[in-house]
Design a protein. Structure first.
Length: 320
């Protein structure tokens, strides 16, 4: 039974769906290769997702995530050297291409980003348009996932590990289970991840912040190792992108083969400046340039040294 106090919110969500459907129906559409956005958790992939989302495209938020072993421990228990079930990934992607998957569809610029069960999108067809998929679940397994997706363009988003770990620590996202999978699952044997001071027992004894630093270091290592195999993917540094959003986003938009002036200045300012009302509640959490150095005045010098120590075990010092 629906609680009485919830009814106004439900009605607002339905109205929000109708508005999105109307805007999507009336809008011109972008055509082009699908785009994949990936990166380590808390790399600001959602910010980049919001920048490029519009009524001219269909954007899907993390459709593969729960079907990969690092985000689904039950899958990791299966005795296999694969990072996911290829048939599942292919099926999900085909549903997206055929405009049949609305569970991960994300509305553009709406206060309620996901559709309700009554949304018209699910029963009245909308014109096909370019697809954008944001999914950190592919960050460790691009070599396996990219061939299943076919021709596409990709963004590998990098962010300073000090900012990433500060954000993880604020949310208390301890990745101990994920690290156990990385150091025990057969899939990861192809990577050079073993160090004398890192074992399963020692990981269990680490502080949460150390484990967050180790996870970030490893995923950046995986991304760097794989990026050389995928010339259709571009490494984008979040700090560079936010240093001059207008110029840098325009350049990236051009590389992704969007139409001229695809990302408007008003839309960009709503996400990257405190002077404008944020497009969604979610974007408000990261809508100013202070997020370039998010760790400042939050993470102390000793913690920063710990984060950099683990990062440099697997990667060159972060360039930003």
């Amino acid at each position: 039974m629906v609680r009485i106090e919830k009814i106004p919110q439900r009605l607002t969500c339905i109205l929000d769906d109708l508005t999105d459907y109307a805007f999507k129906s009336a809008s011109s559409v972008e055509q082009g290769l699908p785009i994949i956005i990936t990166g380590a958790p808390r790399s600001a992939t959602t910010t980049v997702e919001e920048i490029f989302n519009s009524n001219k495209v269909f954007l899907y938020h993390e459709p593969f995530l729960r079907n990969t072993i690092l985000w689904n421990s039950e899958l990791a228990k299966i005795n296999s050297n694969k990072p996911f079930n290829p048939e599942q990934i292919t099926s999900i992607y085909q549903d997206i291409l055929n405009v049949k998957d609305w569970s991960h569809y994300r509305k553009s610029g709406r206060w309620y980003p996901y559709l309700t069960k009554l949304a018209l999108h699910k029963s009245l067809p909308l014109r096909n348009r370019r697809i954008i998929i944001k999914d950190p679940g592919l960050s460790f397994c691009l070599d396996d996932a990219a061939p299943l997706i076919g021709d596409h363009l990709g963004i590998i988003l990098m962010r300073n590990p000090l900012s990433i770990v500060t954000s993880l620590n604020k949310l208390k996202w301890d990745p101990i289970q994920r690290l156990n999978i990385i150091y025990t699952h057969p899939y990861f044997k192809k990577y050079d991840i073993h160090r004398d001071n890192i074992t399963i027992n020692k990981i269990a004894q680490m502080s949460p912040l150390e484990r967050m630093a180790l996870q970030t270091a490893l995923i950046h290592y995986f991304l760097n190792e794989q990026s050389a195999n995928h010339p259709n993917y571009k490494i984008v540094y979040f700090e560079t992108l936010m240093s001059n959003p207008s110029q840098q986003v325009a350049a990236l938009s051009n590389e992704l083969q969007f139409g001229a002036h695809y990302v408007t200045q008003k839309h960009l300012e709503s996400i990257t400046s405190n002077d404008q009302r944020p497009i969604t509640r979610h974007s408000y959490k990261r809508n100013s340039q202070r997020y370039i150095k998010y760790w400042e005045n939050i993470t102390n010098a000793e913690e920063c040294a710990t984060i950099n120590y683990y990062y440099n075990l697997f990667n060159a010092p972060y360039p930003q």
